[in-house]
Design a protein around this ligand. Structure first.
Ligand code: FAD
Ligand code: MG
Ligand code: MG
Ligand code: MG
Ligand code: MG
Length: 551
């Protein structure tokens, strides 16, 4: 079927091999997954693909293990070791799964169609554009690097987001060393070439700085003895501290360690422009400074992909910065569209918006007041639907519902507790301040992918038995528990075999033992035995022979 596309009149070849749902009720529903990163891949690995007709669309025909990208920048781990072809992952699945190496550039949620473009341009008419229709859409396209429109960043800085970025950085580091070694250049010019600047003191920037420092001190200083003293690494952060998402103790340790290592941590500096060989930055107390540099890596955070912004405008989310979903990862006002990972954020519903409805459900005897037992009976449901209630009770160290009620009543404690609606509202008044946004991490994306796959696996069953386990719910049709994030902890590798680990329950460990924990966690999280073996061999090779400096 050849259609005329709405966008620019390009002709599109439709991919259509079946009739509309109504004509053929036994036909499997079409699930289209956009993206082969953490969210998309975990969804696919957990999906019972025999129930659906699955199509995967991504400009990248592989999954990349992003936590090891900083190691790729210095050759500690080879790029091939952290990627797994998506077709190998799909090969193991039952049923009918197709993969298209292409990017989606437009979503038409009304007609349930996706406009896609192959980046290898193989289609008949040479444009490489085609149309895909879906019954369910899973958007897992991740995010892009954010430059905050700082001039010169796109032209002169490296990002560290994709495998190619890491490879480019590696080449660029070596080029700087070779250029600085050439005869007939001034010491000043050598110094400039060997000034490595990292903008952004988040986990990625910090890990890259640490990795680069190790590379220089463990390998390159031996190979380039004449220029080793001219090397300088700067880490620029606009806030007061680096690694602010970690515990204070880790932040402090990292800042001190970097200071000892000679990494120049510049906090409170905002980069305002990047030129071909110098960076302009600002600090209120200091004013504007211009620093010459040889290579710069930009890692200040993420932004929404343009086609997602377009999609958000279409569905009335134009004023938001990030695509919002509900707690079931569904895009509101947009039937059968789901979003996971970095491209979306969960818009947690507030308790106070539903407080009257909750009261009504809880007040089983219609007495107009709630007894402790009545509250007790619905509390678990409330905590499932509104996780902030549990967080609030934890943060106030309330062990049970009595403590919660006593807290709301303040001084006027009563013997037999029956809460009126007014008192009930008061008890819940501060709870919504505990609503937390989930971080943009692989951990969140993969848990969301897995959750969504489990929902999809049970969708048919749930349609046949529409009574779900959750009693308190938004008016409507939820059959599943909302998504719930379980934080398993996070690492900050700081170089020199020192890693900081922050595990649940405020458990903090810094040093070589957490480095070993880091090795074992990241080895075990590999998606296949093949990559696991490659990564472990890379680590051993690096341990015995050092990193490779050729490129
Ligand atoms: P991604 O994994 O980015 O996947 C997006 C996918 O969508 C890609 O396959 C992409 O090719 C595809 N895509 C893009 N545009 C389109 C389009 N138009 N149409 C179709 N497909 C498209 N998290 C941790 O938890 N721990 C860590 O240690 C950690 N370290 C990190 C280190 C680095 C250097 C980086 C960059 C990130 C790190 N993260 C870490 C964060 C983690 O990688 C992301 O949160 C995670 O990748 C998000 O998963 P996602 O599926 O949303 O997006
Ligand atoms: Mg993905
Ligand atoms: Mg990924
Ligand atoms: Mg997210
Ligand atoms: Mg009652």
């Amino acid at each position: 079927v050849v259609l005329s596309a709405a966008s620019g009149g390009a002709s599109l070849v439709a991919y259509a091999d079946s009739k509309p749902a109504d004509e053929n009720p036994t036909r499997k529903k079409k699930v289209v997954v956009l993206g082969t990163g953490w969210g998309g891949t975990t969804f696919l690995r957990n999906l019972d693909s025999s129930q659906y007709d699955v199509q995967v669309i991504s400009p990248r025909n592989y999954f990349a293990f992003t936590p090891l990208l900083p190691s790729v920048t210095c050759g500690t781990v080879e790029p091939r070791s952290i990627v797994e072809p998506i077709r190998r992952i799909l090969e193991k699945k039952k049923g009918n799964i197709k993969f298209w190496e292409a990017e989606c550039f437009k979503v038409d949620p009304k007609n349930k169609k996706l406009y896609c473009r192959s980046n290898i341009g193989t289609n008949l008419d040479g444009t490489g554009e085609f149309l895909v229709d879906y019954d369910y859409l899973v958007v897992a396209v991740g995010a892009r690097s954010n430059t905050f429109n700082t001039p010169g960043v796109v032209e002169h800085c490296h990002f560290l987001k994709e495998v190619e970025d890491a490879q480019r950085i590696r080449r660029s580091v070596m080029d700087c060393f070779e250029q600085a070694s050439l005869p007939n250049i001034s010491d000043e010019e050598r110094r400039r070439k060997l000034h490595f600047v990292i903008v952004g003191g988040g986990p990625t920037g910090v890990e890259f700085a640490a990795e680069l420092h190790d590379f220089v001190s463990e390998d390159l200083s031996r190979l380039y003895p004449a220029i080793k003293d001219l090397v300088n690494i700067s880490l620029i952060e606009a806030g007061e501290h680096i690694l602010t998402m970690f515990d204070k103790r880790i932040t402090e340790f990292a800042e001190h360690k970097f200071q000892r290592d000679g990494i120049d941590v510049k906090t409170g500096y905002k980069v305002v422009a990047v030129g071909p060989d110098s960076i302009k930055m600002q600090k209120s107390a200091v004013g504007e400074v211009q620093v010459p540099y040889g290579m710069a890596v930009w890692s200040t955070g993420i932004g929404t992909r343009p086609f997602i912004s377009e999609f958000m405008k279409q569905i009335g989310q134009g004023s938001r910065r990030v695509l919002a979903t509900d707690e079931w990862l569904r895009v509101p006002e947009c039937e059968d569209v789901y979003a996971v990972g970095d491209c979306a954020t969960i818009n947690q519903r507030k308790v106070m918006e539903d407080v009257s409805a909750i009261f009504k459900v809880a007040d089983k005897d219609n007495s107009g007041t709630l007894t402790i037992k009545e509250i007790q009976d619905v509390l678990d449901d409330i905590c499932v639907r509104y996780p902030q209630v549990e967080l609030y009770m934890k943060s106030k160290q309330m062990s049970d519902i009595r403590a919660f009620i006593a807290d709301a009543q303040g001084d006027e404690k009563k013997e037999s507790i029956e809460l009126s609606i007014e008192e009930f509202k008061k008890a819940l008044a501060n709870v919504d301040s505990q609503v937390k946004f989930l971080p943009a991490t692989a951990q969140v994306a993969s848990q969301q992918g897995e959750y969504l796959a489990r929902c999809f696996n049970k969708m048919k069953e749930a349609e046949e038995h529409p009574k779900g386990p959750v009693r308190i719910r938004e008016p409507g049709r939820h059959r599943f528990r909302p998504f719930r994030y379980q934080h398993l902890g996070q690492f900050a590798p700081l170089g020199g075999e020192q890693t900081a680990a922050q595990l649940p329950g405020d458990w903090i460990s810094i040093g070589q033992s957490s480095q070993w924990l880091w090795y074992s966690v990241y080895a075990s999280k590999q998606v296949s035995w093949r990559t696991r073996m490659l990564v472990v061999t890379d680590w051993m090779r690096c341990f015995i022979f050092g990193r490779d400096s050729s490129c």
